[in-house]
Design a protein around this ligand. Structure first.
Ligand code: PEP
Ligand code: MG
Length: 874
């Protein structure tokens, strides 16, 4: 027979699945001999069964409940409605994972018209008894019958006002009695039935209400937000009441064993004398600092400090403890691992290791990967955000950060205004590679189209720049220079604030707080590296990005996207000359000039990388991305190239592709124009030779993109080798290098074993691989992928988190085949999934050596990699 009801001394802390977090911890505290009021827990299994039975308690649950109530009565020597030893209980929810404030609680249950008098006689305090009763009437009405809070509060507040009482505590017994009488009439008015006078009926109705509250809207939203399953149910804890509102020697409070905001190792808490439960959190009276309890009741304070220390040592984590003092006697009502900021989490994790409470491995589980972002970027002040006007909440949080500035609608304008000292935010329907300089000049980028791997998103993340994509509720008109939102319109120069961590846009300048790095952060990140199996590199090509990634101790560069180096104004001209000119000499000259630029670029990159491995990807995008777009641009390019507009348009028509992302791009481009890769390899190896002269032994890794056949790779590898040999001869040096390929097409995955025999390394480009495996355009999927996720056709957006069964299976098979064919092959992942914690857990279990991601995702990726080890060992 299933056991649905457990007395507190029958459970323990590892029974959270069944007893919920609160119930398991109450049992554990009872076992530790701590002063916990007696009680019992009705299990999560009873909740699930109740909901499945169409909200009906089974007879079995009722029978066990009755038996437990009798045992409980015997243990406490108290009973419902007893004249002398009156039993009153609290009924509280408690799921496996704590969901603060999401479900319901009822206190003082067991009071009725008669019992309230008994309580008054016993305590010799009618005021106290009626205060308890009015609270029960209020809470029970709200929680069990859904009576609006205002139906009680308005009367209560009016009563105070008309009688001139400043505080709740000023209302005398008769006043509270009158309030109780009125509250009972509210039941009749609102739900057409009286408040149940039988304590057992109250209890059953309260238990059902808590079970039902599992499915209320706010609980569902909270679970969605925190990845908590919807099918695990909540337990209910029934506990003997102790009264913090029974006079000046009583009180109630909440304390954290360490500061939950800064992590400081000092008890942090608040309490109120002569108060009950929700009074502390409700902010009706200002609570006092826990330290002052020492002056009022030194022995209670001392005892509490000792209990707090014991609980923290026992649970090996910072605790959030609720307590009540009844006539100078301390009771502990709850303990749980305390919620904390990312900064506090890191400080506490490091301190607990240094105090010898937990191991380094354990410390990895104390920091939430998702929270790390808040340590790296400035964030908006919570209060300021609440007061701000929302422009859009429909966007995707493409790249975190809190940015403010004036709206501009073109990359050129962004650049111009930034040069004039303005802080600007670039708003575009979407961005393209030629917007790069405008993006660099902007504080943030906002687009109305595109998903998490659209151009704007990838580039912004790479730069650590705040970015929100896919704001479908905005209309950007770049010609009129307006943004239309639900409640109005904004114009160029208007100020906005962009929350890249949430995907939200606000009007005006919202105040921010800046990021800082503590010693604890550095120490913690060093431990992630010791523990993780996967290395973490960065995807970066500009000096500030590379410097940022190395500040976070990235273990090399996993992807230099060289095309980003072609969009500076002078370079773009030369690239266009190369693509558009039909005269060989002009094309060679153009290439020579690009080579000079590239040599400088590579020298800078390799200098920053030093002896850390650095993957340079040879040119990848379709040529059309380098072509002029508007008529004005076409005219000016024709002039620069000294050809007619007609000729230029004709050449552009030749290069036009219906589906460029599946077209003449990646290594396919250089099957046609081998000189492009040769030029890049020469530039790269020249700079490597130069640095070798200076005593720096660079580790260049030359990567060919978008390969799908072995022959394709072989042809290009031969050309690359020839170019390197030439540089070695010219410089009279023997250079170290690796040559490998990106794995971005399903075909490349399928022939990975054969490819591995001719490659020194593989890097999975999961952006393109996901696009090609699903046949979802990565730039357009943002428009419909949410429908897939909302309708549960896909569990997650596969561009954000690895599709384990499809793309994941390709990556696993390909990496296994590759290692089998070439034991020395190095394998990495450089698509966006390389920075996604959930995907990293999967990559950890494959024969993959490292992941690579945008610089600002490096700390999170390192932690996820370390957590993967702890998880698989645990
Ligand atoms: C990829 O396809 O995963 C990749 C890293 O390359 P890009 O995003 O530049 O196409
Ligand atoms: Mg790619």
């Amino acid at each position: 027979m299933t056991k649905y009801v457990y007395a507190f001394d029958e459970g323990q802390k590892n029974m959270k699945d069944l007893l919920g977090g609160k119930g398991a911890n109450l049992s554990e505290m009872k076992r530790l001999g701590l002063p916990v009021p007696d009680g019992f827990t009705i299990t999560t299994a009873a909740c699930i069964e109740y909901l499945e039975r169409g909200e009906q308690l089974s007879d079995e649950v009722k029978t066990q409940l009755q038996a437990q109530l009798e045992a409980f009565s015997a243990r406490t020597n108290k009973a419902f409605s007893a004249d002398e030893n009156l039993l009153l209980v609290s009924v509280r929810s408690g799921a496996k994972i704590s969901m603060p404030g999401m479900m319901d609680t009822i206190l003082n249950l067991g009071l009725n018209d008669e019992n309230v008098e008994k309580l008054a006689r016993k305590t010799n305090d009618a005021r106290f008894a009626y205060d308890c009763y009015r609270r029960l009437l209020q809470m029970f009405g709200e929680v069990v019958y859904g009576i609006p809070m205002a139906a009680f509060d308005t009367y209560f507040d009016n009563y105070k006002e008309t009688h001139n009482y400043q505080n709740d505590a000023d209302i005398p017994a008769e006043g509270l009695q009158e309030i109780c009488e009125h509250f009972k009439t509210v039941y009749i008015e609102e739900v057409y039935k009286p408040f149940p006078q039988n304590p057992l009926d109250q209890l059953l109705e309260a238990i059902e209400a808590v079970f039902k509250s599992w499915d209320n809207d706010r609980a569902r939203v909270y679970r969605d937000l925190n990845d908590i399953p919807h099918n695990i149910g909540t337990a209910v804890n029934v506990q003997e009441m102790v009264f913090g509102n029974s006079g000046p020697q009583s009180g109630t409070g909440v304390a954290f064993t360490r500061n939950p905001v800064t992590g400081e190792a000092k008890l942090f808490g608040e309490y109120l004398l002569n108060a009950q439960g929700e009074d502390v959190v409700a902010g009706i009276r200002t609570p006092q600092d826990i330290a002052t309890l020492h002056e009022q009741m030194p022995h209670v304070h001392e005892q509490f400090v000792a209990v707090a220390e014991q609980l923290e040592q026992h649970y090996q984590d910072m605790q959030d403890i609720e307590f009540t003092i009844e006539n100078e006697k301390l009771y502990i009502l709850q303990t749980r691992n305390g919620k904390r900021t990312a900064k506090a989490a890191m400080q506490i994790a490091v301190d607990l290791v240094e105090e010898g409470v937990i191991s380094k491995n354990d410390s990895m589980t104390k920091v939430d990967v998702k929270s790390i972002d808040t340590l790296l970027h400035p964030t908006f002040e919570a209060q300021a955000l609440e007061a701000a006007t929302v422009i859009s909440k429909a966007g995707l949080p493409a790249s975190p950060g809190a940015a403010t500035g004036k709206i501009v609608f073109s990359a050129e304008e962004a650049k111009r205004q930034a040069e004039a000292g303005e802080k600007v935010i670039l708003m575009r329907p979407e961005t393209s590679p030629e917007d790069i300089e405008g993006m660099i000049a902007s504080e943030a980028i906002v687009t109305t189209h595109g998903g998490m791997t659209s151009h704007a998103a990838v580039v912004a993340r790479g730069m650590g720049k705040c970015c929100v994509t896919g704001c479908a509720d905005l209309e950007i008109n770049t010609r009129e220079k307006t943004v239309t939102y639900a409640n109005g319109q904004l114009f160029e120069g208007d100020e906005i604030s962009v929350d890249g961590g949430q995907g939200d846009i606000y009007a005006g300048i919202v105040e921010t707080t800046s990021a800082e790095h503590s010693e604890a952060f550095e120490q913690f990140m060093a431990w992630t590296e010791e523990i993780a199996r996967l290395n973490v590199r960065m995807n970066a090509e500009t000096t500030p990005d590379i410097e940022a990634g190395y500040q976070f101790n990235a273990q090399g560069i996993g992807l230099v996207r060289t095309e980003h180096m072609f969009f500076g104004a002078e370079r773009l001209v030369e690239m266009r000359r190369f693509i558009l000119s039909s005269d060989d000499e002009t094309r060679t000259q153009a290439l020579n000039r690009i080579r000079t630029y590239q040599t400088e670029d590579f020298e800078q990159i390799f200098r920053l990388s030093g002896e850390r491995p650095t993957i340079v990807r040879l040119l990848d995008p379709p040529l059309h991305e380098f072509l002029p777009k508007s008529d004005e641009e076409i005219d000016s390019v024709a002039q620069q190239l000294n050809i007619s507009t007609v000729q230029l348009k004709q050449r552009m028509a030749e290069l036009h592709e219906t589906n460029p992302m599946l077209g003449h791009r990646g290594c396919r481009l250089t099957i046609t124009y081998p000189e492009l890769y040769v030029m890049q390899v020469e530039a790269m190896m020249k700079s490597v030779a130069q640095l070798k002269n200076e005593g720096i032994a660079c580790q260049p890794e030359i990567m060919v993109p978008l390969v799908s056949t072995v022959e394709e790779f072989k042809v290009l590898k031969a050309q690359i080798l020839e170019a390197i040999q030439q540089i070695e001869t010219d410089t009279n040096q023997s250079l170290h290098y690796l040559i490998g390929t990106m794995i971005e097409t399903p075909r490349a995955c399928l022939i990975a074993g054969d490819l591995a025999k001719v490659c020194d390394f593989f890097s999975f480009g999961t952006n393109d691989l996901t696009q090609l495996t699903f046949g979802f355009s990565r730039d357009d999927a943002g428009k419909f992928i949410n429908d897939y996720v909302n309708q549960h056709i896909l569990e997650v957006d596969p561009f954000q988190t690895l599709d384990v069964d499809g793309v994941g299976a390709l990556v696993r098979n390909a990496s296994e085949q590759a290692k089998a064919a070439n034991a020395n092959i190095k394998i990495g992942v450089c698509g966006e999934l390389g920075g996604d914690p959930k995907s990293i857990h999967h990559f950890h279990r494959m024969p993959i050596d490292y992941v690579s991601c945008s610089p600002f995702r490096v700390p999170g990726a390192k932690l996820a990699a370390a957590q993967s080890v702890v998880e698989s060992e645990g």
